[in-house]
Design a protein around this ligand. Structure first.
Ligand code: THU
Length: 117
């Protein structure tokens, strides 16, 4: 359940791992605001800590007029656990949705090929 006492903005996420398993997440805020973790990264971290290394798609849902796309930090992590065609679905509570690929949202990611060694 979203822990958003400061922004009051509740966000949910669900990802489909390559092995077919589903992982959910919600935003978890901190009184030290910048430590807040978005719903997408909570779902990714839950999946990663269960051994998932590749995801097929990730959805993010919030109670907004227009569907909310993931922030830059989440795009980076989605790209690391995804592939170019990995789908990012943004939706609101009315079911209005937009579908992107992670490549569209983050065309030039920092990836492990830039790391030395
Ligand atoms: N938030 C998410 O969880 N995902 C997004 O895609 C956008 C922002 C959260 C972080 C914070 O708890 C609240 O929304 C306001 O920024």
């Amino acid at each position: 359940l979203a822990h958003a006492p400061y922004s009051k903005f509740k966000v949910g996420a669900a990802l489909l791992a390559a092995d077919g398993q589903l992982y959910t997440g919600c935003n978890v805020e901190s009184a030290s605001y910048s430590l807040t973790v978005c719903a997408e990264r909570v779902a990714l971290l839950k999946a990663a800590s269960s051994g998932v290394r590749k995801i097929k798609s990730i959805a993010v849902v919030a109670d907004t007029e227009e569907p909310v796309p993931p922030c830059g930090a989440c795009r980076q992590m989605i790209s690391e656990f995804g592939e170019e065609g990995t789908e990012v679905i943004s939706a609101n509570l009315q079911g209005k949705a937009q579908v992107f690929t992670i490549k569209e949202l983050l065309p030039t990611p920092f990836d492990p090929s830039f790391l030395p060694g």
